[in-house]
Design a binder for this molecule. Structure first.
Ligand code: GTP
Ligand code: MG
Length: 452
């Protein structure tokens, strides 16, 4: 092995799936298992993410992961709340996540956000596996806490096994309907061609060793070259969320996917108007093992290296956009870095036409995904922006000559009260949804009605 392990960054693993299918529980289980294994201190809690080092992966996975077989430092899991679009997780030229886990509840099966997630995984060509979760709820299930799946599967009654198989084959069938060839993970030879399905329970930990082993193996096998980065170089990341934080003002929750960021760095951040140039005031990391979403107390850190989730406090971040790039300047000419951010923003920019519908979305990535979906449906766009639906969006839509185009489509955004009133007066149709294809469908049906 000729690689310096320090030169390989942690692969970023996005955990996605429909609301309540068990994404957070799965990560909680991994953190909890680390506590039992006496490895709690080794796990670091990041903003929106959990870093699990190789030693911990290996102690949870037992004989399924021999640390000597790997030289990647571990895995960084990003939890995406059900209603928050995975599309925010973008980086230059594509998906921010190197790899993904799509969580599907074995009882509930495929749901709108499952389909949405699959669609985005397809578009971004992100390799993924499916965690068929909640296997402990199969009637007659006999629990073997934290056991590998084969072990617990073998010791179930024929009846219970049959019931689980039925659910698993339904999921495999659903994947095939979406043009993904899938099978139970132990039957998959080539994970680039076939999607592996791992039966798990986030509650009992059954199958979690397998899940970690498969993720680690996949990353090592297919992703190692992409993990070879200039670990000490100026940091590059993506804004996950723009948030007010008591005592810090506006902060940006950022996923760093390259290089390092230091507490005295100057950074350039993509903004609603121009790139924002500002100086880091503080780098904030949640306290160890604390629940991130309710966490209000942070540790100040001097420096973090990729991959990591970190809250950055700095002046002038009010206009920062979710999904926008963040770049550390360090000892490079400022203009060059500004130009990099501008070109990156231009890559994401949506092509607009003279006439078309108005599109609003919560993040740059979701705006891009909306534009893709509308493009496929041959629906032109006149204006596309990040942000809530505001009166001026209605004004723009109301100028359309074609009745079909007097419409505003909002993805994961609110409609401001003034805008709602304006829309009624100006006879502009408003469509909002948290699922892209449903939004496009709603609009298409409206158009069909007009044409009828
Ligand atoms: P959102 O963040 O809202 O999208 O949901 P989520 O996907 O993070 O789901 P979460 O982990 O919050 O779990 C939802 C519910 O399912 C909770 O009540 C969990 O206790 C339960 N749950 C999750 N995993 C399992 C499992 O493996 N077995 C059982 N029995 N319950 C589970
Ligand atoms: Mg959750």
């Amino acid at each position: 092995d000729t690689h310096d392990p320090a030169a390989l960054r942690t692969p970023i693993v996005a955990v996605l799936g429909h609301v309540d299918h068990g994404k957070t529980s799965l990560l909680d289980k991994i953190r909890g298992s680390a506590v039992i294994e006496g490895e709690a201190g080794a796990i670091t809690q990041h903003i929106g993410a959990t870093a699990v080092p190789l030693e911990v992966v290996s102690s949870i996975a037992g004989e399924l992961v021999d640390p000597d077989d790997f030289d990647l430092p571990g895995l960084l899991f990003i939890d995406t709340p059900g209603h928050h679009s995975f599309t925010t997780l973008r980086s230059r030229g594509g998906a921010l996540a190197d790899i993904a886990i799509l969580v599907v509840d074995v009882n509930d099966g495929f749901q709108p956000q499952t389909l949405e997630a699959l669609d985005i995984l397809k578009r971004s060509q992100t390799p993924f596996i499916v965690a068929a979760n909640k296997i402990d709820t199969v009637p007659g299930w006999n629990v073997h806490e934290d056991a590998p799946i084969t072990q617990t599967y073998e010791s179930q009654s024929d009846r219970t096994r049959q019931r689980l198989d039925e659910s698993l084959y339904t999921i495999i069938g659903n994947l095939s309907d979406q043009d993904f060839s899938a099978d139970l993970y132990w039957r998959v030879q080539n994970f680039q061609r076939n999607v592996g399905v791992v039966p798990v329970s986030a509650l009992t930990g059954e199958g979690v060793p397998d899940l970690l082993a498969v993720m680690m193996g996949l990353s090592q096998r297919y992703m190692k070259e992409e993990m070879e980065i200039d670990v000490a170089g100026p940091g590059v990341g993506t804004v996950l969320e723009v948030k007010e934080e008591k005592g810090f003002g506006t902060t940006i929750d950022t996923v760093l996917y390259d290089g390092t960021i230091r507490s005295d760095d100057t950074i350039v951040v993509g903004g609603l108007n121009d790139p924002i140039v500002t100086e880091v005031r503080a780098l904030l990391q949640p306290r160890p093992l604390a629940e991130i979403r309710t966490e209000s107390r942070f540790d100040n850190v001097e420096e973090v290296g990729a991959a990591a989730g970190i809250k950055v406090a700095a002046p002038d971040l009010e206009d920062a956009m979710a999904g926008a790039p963040v770049r550390v300047v360090r000892d490079r000419p400022l203009e060059d870095v500004i130009a990099e951010v501008e070109s990156e923003l231009a890559d994401i920019a949506v092509d607009t036409e003279e006439e078309g519908v108005v599109v609003k979305a919560d993040t740059l990535g979701s705006l891009e995904a909306m534009a893709d979906a509308l493009g496929e449906a041959e629906i032109p766009i006149v204006r596309a922006e990040v942000g809530d639906v505001a009166p001026r969006d209605i004004s723009v839509a109301s100028t359309a000559d074609d009745a079909k185009q007097r419409a505003v489509l909002g993805f994961s955004v609110d409609v401001l009260a003034d805008a709602k009133r304006r829309a009624e007066i100006d006879d502009v149709k408003l469509f909002t949804d948290d699922v892209i294809y449903q939004l496009v469908e709603g609009y298409t049906e409206h158009v069909e009605e007009i044409e009828r």
